[in-house]
Design a protein around this ligand. Structure first.
Ligand SMILES: [Zn+2]
Ligand SMILES: [Zn+2]
Length: 256
């Protein structure tokens, strides 16, 4: 068994025919963490052979629709599948009313417990420690409350982090220091750096600067704006700074 990242969605706000919205699975030696639930997440899980039944922990970075619209379908299908195991959803405070709405209107067949664990931290804080896995959450810099995650396998010291959506900020590289694999959003290319800052997003080059400053071994960039038909531009701008940069591709497995 290994420690891997599978990207299920590489798009940003607008889904495309071949690019879905944000959803990612970290497999930590057999333990799965689903990070963000963009539209179509359950179809993407099926497409790439990842069993919903093995997911007990969902991490939601923030409440923009491109990271959340898939959760209702996923929760409903888990109920149809006869799930009884509790499901832990780590999400910002505003997820509370969303979950209550779901349960009020669609929750009749849900026989399993859904526990909303609040993300409110102002600096890195451990949220999960279980069977040699440790997950830390930390605040990002976006237009609404948004959180990143760092997952560490304590036995080997291997680690991976997820940063979407965010503008880069001074503490970021320090908080990610020594992380082996960093997934970082790279919504924009150099030519749209002003727009990136205005919208609290990052360019591919900025993501690479964070990876370099953190001393990472590998960077995976994703959350691409639909305006770019050639993602190679984003990749080459990242690689100018950090050669071990890779484009997220749906279904592709990255080893930590
Ligand atoms: Zn987004
Ligand atoms: Zn967002």
């Amino acid at each position: 068994m290994n420690f891997t990242l599978t990207t299920l969605g590489t798009a940003s706000a607008r889904p495309m025919v071949d690019q879905h919205q944000s959803a990612h699975v970290f497999n930590v030696h057999g333990r799965l963490f689903l990070v963000d639930c963009g539209e179509n997440v359950q179809v993407q899980l099926k497409r790439y052979g990842i069993s919903k039944a093995r997911i007990d922990n969902i991490l939601i970075s923030h409440l923009h629709g491109d990271h959340l619209f898939g959760i209702f379908g996923l929760l409903s299908t888990m109920a149809l599948d006869g799930r009884i195991a509790p499901l832990y959803i780590y999400a910002p405070r505003d997820f509370g009313p969303v979950l209550r709405f779901f349960m009020a209107h669609f929750g009749e067949g849900v026989k399993y417990e859904i526990r909303h664990e609040l993300l409110t931290m102002k600096e890195p804080q451990r949220i999960i420690e279980f069977r040699n896995c440790e997950v830390t959450a930390f605040p990002l810099q976006h237009r609404i409350d948004c959180f990143g995650f760092r997952i560490c396998y304590l036995k080997s010291g291997q680690s991976a982090a997820y940063c979407s959506d965010t503008a880069v900020f001074p503490e970021e590289a320090e908080w990610l220091s020594g992380t082996d694999l960093i997934y970082h959003e790279a919504t924009f290319a150099d030519e749209h750096v002003d727009l990136a800052h205005k919208m609290f997003h990052s360019t591919a080059r900025e993501a690479a600067q964070v990876a370099a400053a953190a001393g990472a071994k590998k960077l995976v960039i994703g959350h691409f704006s639909s305006r770019y038909t050639d993602l190679g531009v984003l990749l080459s701008q990242a690689r100018e700074v950090f050669p071990e940069s890779y484009l997220a591709e749906e279904g592709k497995l990255f080893e930590v």
